[in-house]
Ligand binder design. Sequence first.
Ligand code: FES
Length: 165
Amino acid sequence: MQNKVTAIPFRGTPEQEAKLKEVIAAHKGQEGALMPVLQQAQDIYGYLPIEVQTMIAEGLEISLEQVYGVSTFYSWFNLEPKGEHLIRVCLGTACYVKGSADVLAELEKQLGVEAGHTTPDGKFTLEATRCLGCCGLAPVFVVDDEVYGRMTPADVKGILDKYRD
Ligand code: FES
C-alpha cells in the first residue's frame, strides 16, 4: 500500500540535492550506510520519492532495488509527501468495535485515497493509527490537532468540507 505511485510531482531544490550529496559522501563505502543516508534524506526532503532513492542508489553505488527494499520495509520512511492536513483515524479496539473501520472507509471514499496516502492535490494525508487515548469518544479521528469523536460515516463529508476552503 505504501508503495503506490503518487501523482504529486517531485519538487526538490538544488540546496536539498547538495545536502544529500554531502550526506552520501560522508557515508559512502561504510558498512550499513544505507539506513543513515535514508534517514537523513527524509529529514532533508520530508519524504523519500523515487527521484531521491535514485540519487542515493547512484551515490552509494548500490542498486535501486536495494534502496527501494529498505525504504518500503520500514514504516517510518514516507514515500509520499505529507498533505496540508493530516487525518488520523483510530483503529484501536474501542474505536474499532464502535465502527471506526466504516468511518475510515468513508474517508477513503471521499478523499479518493487509501489510508497511508496523500490526495493528489496535496491537501490531505490519511492514516490509520492505534489508540489515540480518547476512547471515551470512540470512534475517533483527528484532523491536525482537532479531535472528532462519536463519528459516523455520515459526519465525514461535513468535516472534510471545513478543511476544503
Ligand atoms: S481506541 Fe480509539 S481512542 Fe482509544
